[in-house]
Ligand binder design. Sequence first.
Ligand SMILES: CSCCC(=O)C(=O)COP(=O)(O)O
Ligand SMILES: [Mg+2]
Length: 278
Amino acid sequence: MTSNNNNNNNNNNNIINTVILDIEGTTTPISFVHDVLFPYIRENLVKHINRKWGSEELKQDIKELYNLYLEDNKASELVVNNQFNTPEILNPDEENVDEEKLIESIIRNVIYQMDNDRKSTALKQLQGHMWLEGYEKELIKGIVFPEVPKAFENWKLNHIDIYIYSSGSIAAQKLLFNYSNFGSLLPYIKGHFDTTIGGKLHPSSYEKILSTINNGSPNNYLFVTDSILEAKAAREAGLNVCLSVRDSNPPIVDRQLLTTFDQVSSFDQLFNKYNFKN
Ligand SMILES: CSCCC(=O)C(=O)COP(=O)(O)O
Ligand SMILES: [Mg+2]
């Protein structure tokens, strides 16, 4: 273990027994998400809706998207410059709804959310369902950075529990790690969390995750993420936090806040920075 000179809240003598990892920008290049996963959704959305029309899974996905539209609309009455402006989805439960128009409204809504990189649970659930076929047909392979499998192995050997917390749905997370460029990494991962537990910018989400995992006090946990706002929220919940500053990530703009966090550009560096239980 080495100490570091950052004026962060981490006490690097804390004994870490659990790591919680973000995906995009942390275990996985941002380019994989934006240049492979997201284009797959755009290219296959119409086909997916037509193929799955009438299925319980798609009905549920549409219901979630519709509820989100209603919620945003309600919120927009209260906020002057509403940040969402989510395109209308026709009520899927209306008896005489024009199916063609309903489908058009769903597509408009999904594409709008994706154009804005919205991390809504509704969008992420649909995406997760869509990627299944892409992975199964080997059209997509999940990408993790080259040192990630070795780090997983190392943590596993030392009985450090590995959890994932991503805006991507739990189903999408499992696909990415099951069909990874290094084979299935799922056996290394003890559990998964997505935004159904709460958004990644809220300290309460991290508190809920910790009470679900139940592996001791917050300072036994290490959260690694590329997002400084997620890092701030997790720190407020008392976790040790390390920023993933990969060469391929966009630079973090708030330089001042950045200096208050530990940073690594590869998981290898975590092993010198933190005191993992062994
Ligand atoms: C689980 S793979 C899909 C990635 C994704 O959709 C996403 O929004 C990634 O967000 P993260 O919280 O992992 O940065
Ligand atoms: Mg991320």
